[in-house]
Design a binder for this molecule. Structure first.
Ligand code: UFG
Length: 340
């Protein structure tokens, strides 16, 4: 019998890509989203890629009764929780909003999962490692004190999951994402930042299309090979496929510990400057950029040691940075065609 996965935040950037990969791997998916941070573009794109309508529930997971009702309505084997606010700067200005939304919603998911015997996958972040002393980071590398309420919610939610698994005999996995970039090769789903993008790749593509005048490269005086920050940019489809492996591991009863953590990265450090150059080269575009002061709070260098995910999940990032940057550009052009 087909297994069913509930994807909270399934209309968002990561959630929509994960939904596609899950369906293509043979899972049934129920998408739930309160649509607070997106429109219907990605939901429609997912249905177009899969050539069918997927069940969609407009639910705010901060509403405990509504969240629980979803678990009553569908037989959910695993829930993947993406529904959360994600802007670092905004979280510093509005900590209560972030704590309330990101913590309440996950607590409600945990409560419903506990009472329905559902496996839980939490979308965590490499932000939990802070500025690592000695990259690459393994899952054993120490977590550092969070530098923003957003980062703090990721750490706290990891701990919620760990403690619930221990106390209630549940099973849970936290995936720590590095820097997800790119879009689906169909260009039917992708990232839809509201307003001025915070993240590098949407800023690059919006500059290339003419929506932004000039990309600022935040700092070229770091003690790194070319002076710009180093990151582990991971293709969104590669990242989505890690979720399929993790969900399958839980549902098939293959977990070695009831709570497991995996890095989801490529293991390949790429500098901001290298990424910009690669974008220009692969898409044959001259990008307007300038060197700007360092951005406060930025980590200088972080990338994953992805060996554990390869060994235990049988998952490895496959796509090149060039391929991913071409997909990001195809998506931006498609948005422009659609007048977005
Ligand atoms: N950058 C620029 N110019 C821009 C935007 C970004 O030079 O316009 C640089 C940043 O300074 C940084 C790199 O590009 O060196 C990557 O920046 P992003 O904002 O794309 O990503 P971050 O690594 O800062 O963010 C990631 C995750 C967040 C997480 C954060 C924690 O995307 O979810 O790490 O620090 F919260």
């Amino acid at each position: 019998m087909k297994k069913t996965v509930l994807v909270s935040g399934g209309a968002g950037f990561i959630g929509s890509h994960v939904t596609v990969e899950l369906c293509q791997a043979g899972y049934d998916v129920v998408i739930a989203d309160n649509m607070s941070n997106c429109d219907e573009t990605n939901y429609k794109g997912v249905c177009a890629i899969l050539s069918r309508q997927l069940p969609f529930e407009k639910v705010d997971f901060c509403d405990a009764a509504a969240a629980n009702a979803l678990f009553d309505k569908y037989h959910i084997d695993a829930v993947i929780h993406f529904a959360a606010f994600k802007a670092v700067g905004e979280s510093v200005a509005e900590p209560l909003m972030y704590y309330k939304n990101n913590l309440d919603s996950f607590l409600n998911v945990l409560e419903a999962a506990r009472s329905h015997g559902t496996h839980v996958l939490f979308s965590s972040s490499a932000t939990v490692y802070g500025e690592p002393d000695n990259p690459p980071v393994t899952e054993q590398s120490p977590r550092q004190e969070a530098t923003s309420p957003y980062g703090n919610t990721k750490q706290m939610c990891e701990d919620f999951l760990r403690d619930c698994v221990k106390a209630y005999g549940m099973h849970g996995i936290a995936l720590r994402y590095f820097n997800p970039i790119g879009a689906h090769p169909s260009a039917l789903i992708g990232e839809l930042p509201r307003g001025v993008p915070n993240n590098l790749v949407p800023y690059i593509t919006q500059t290339a299309i003419g929506k932004r005048e000039c990309l600022s490269i935040f700092g070229n005086d770091y003690p790194t090979p070319d002076g710009t920050c180093l990151r582990d940019f991971i293709d969104i489809v590669d990242l989505a496929q890690a979720h399929v492996c993790a969900v399958t591991r839980m549902i098939d009863g293959k977990m070695e510990e009831p709570y497991e953590i995996f890095n989801v990265g490529t293991g390949r450090p790429v500098s901001v400057m290298e990424l910009v150059n690669a974008f220009e080269k692969v898409n044959k575009i001259k990008l307007n950029y300038r060197i700007a002061p360092r951005r406060p709070g930025d980590v200088m260098a972080i990338w994953a040691d992805p060996a554990l995910a390869e060994k235990k999940l049988g998952w490895k990032a496959k796509r090149s940075v060039e391929e991913t940057l071409a997909s990001a550009w195809a998506w931006e052009k498609r948005l422009a065609e659609a007048g977005k």
